[in-house]
Design a protein around this ligand. Sequence first.
Ligand SMILES: Cc1ncc(COP(=O)(O)O)c(C=O)c1O
Length: 390
Amino acid sequence: MSLAMGAAYFDNNATTPLDRRVLEAMLPWLEGRHGNSSSVHRFGQAASEAVEAARERVAALLGASPAEIVFCGSGTEANNAVVFSCGRSGGPSGHLVVSTLEHPSVLAAAARLEGEGLAVSRVAPGLDGRVDAERLLAAVRADTRLVSLMLASNELGTLQPVREVAAGCRARGVPVLCDAVQAVGKVPVDVGELGVDYLTLGGHKFHGPLGAAALWTRGGAHLDPLLVGGGHERRRRASTVNVPAVVGLGVAAELAVRELEERERRLAALRDRFERRLEAIEGVVIHCASAERLPTTSHLAIEGVQGETLMIRLDLAGFAVSTGSACSSGVVEPSSSLLTMGMSEAEALSSLRVSFGLFNTVDEVDALADALERQVAELRGAPAAATSDV
Ligand SMILES: Cc1ncc(COP(=O)(O)O)c(C=O)c1O
C-alpha cells in the first residue's frame, strides 16, 4: 500500500494512508447515500444516525461521552477553536501558557491573541524532548486563561506530562488543552485519566480520512464556536457535517480501539529495527531515544549531513521521509521547537524524521536503512560543492 506512488512512505506523522476498511465504510456515503444530518426527512435522519454512530465510536476511543464530541474539519480548526475561545473569554487582557513544542495551530493562535493584548508564556522542553511539568505550572498566573500541552510531539514523538500538568492546573482553576492529534490511535488516550478540559484529534493521522477531526470538551467546559451560522453540533460548530469523512473517522476510531495493542507492538518493532540498523552508520544520534515516545517516530541527526539534502536524495531513491527543518522562500530554516529545546542549529539542520505507519513492512524498513547508509556514505565522500547541488 505504501508503494502506491512508487516509493516507500515513511512520513506517517504528516499524514497516513487511508485504511481500506475505512474507505469501504465511506463509499456508500460518497455514492448512493447522502443527506444533511440536520434535515428532518429520511435522508437527513439516515445521515444523522451515521454521524451519531461515529460519535459513539470516537467517544469510546477516548473514554468519553458522545455528547462531549464536536466534529470539526481538521486538528488545526479544533486547536484554534479552543485557544480563541479560552483566550478571548473575559476581555482584552489575560494570559496563556503554551509549550514551545506545540503545533503551529496552537502557537500561531496564541501569537494572534498576543497581538490582541494577551500575555503569552512559552515554556521550552529540555534536550530529552519533554516539557517539565513544574516549569509549565510555574508559568501559570492568576489571570491565566488556558494552558496548552500536547500529548505527543509531532516532530520528536516524545510523550508529555499532560496528566501532571492537568492536575496542577485543576488545583489552580485553569483549563488545559491537550492536542492529542499525534497520539490518538497510536497510544492509549483516556480523557478521564488525563484530567484535561479540551482534547483534539484528527482522522488522517491514524489511517482515517482527511477532513474529519474531533474536539472533545469536558462537560460544562466553555466553548465559543469558531464557526458560527447554523445550529450544527449542538451549536458548537456551524457547518453542514461532512458525513462521509465523519463516518470514516468513526471506523478508524473503532479499528484503533480494537487493534491498539497490536499496532503499538508492531510499530515499535519496526522503529526499533530501523534504529538498530542505524548503529552501522557513524555519527548518528537518535534524539530522545530513552524518553517515553510514540512507537511511530524516529528522530535522528546525522553528523555533517544536511537533513534537507538527504531527504531529497532519499526521495529520488524511492523513500519518503521528513526533516527537522522547513524551507521558506528558498532558505532552509531549522525547526524552531528543536532550537528551543537547546539543540544547536547545525544539529537541527542535520536532522531527519522517519515516521512509521500500519502499512510499512520489515522489508521496507531494511531497504530504507540500506539506502540511508548508501546516501550518507556518498554525501560524506562527495566534495562539498557537489553535495549542495543535489
Ligand atoms: C500535533 C499536531 N497538532 C495539530 C495538527 C494539525 O492537524 P491538521 O494539519 O490536520 O489540521 C498536526 C498536524 O500535523 C499535528 O501533528
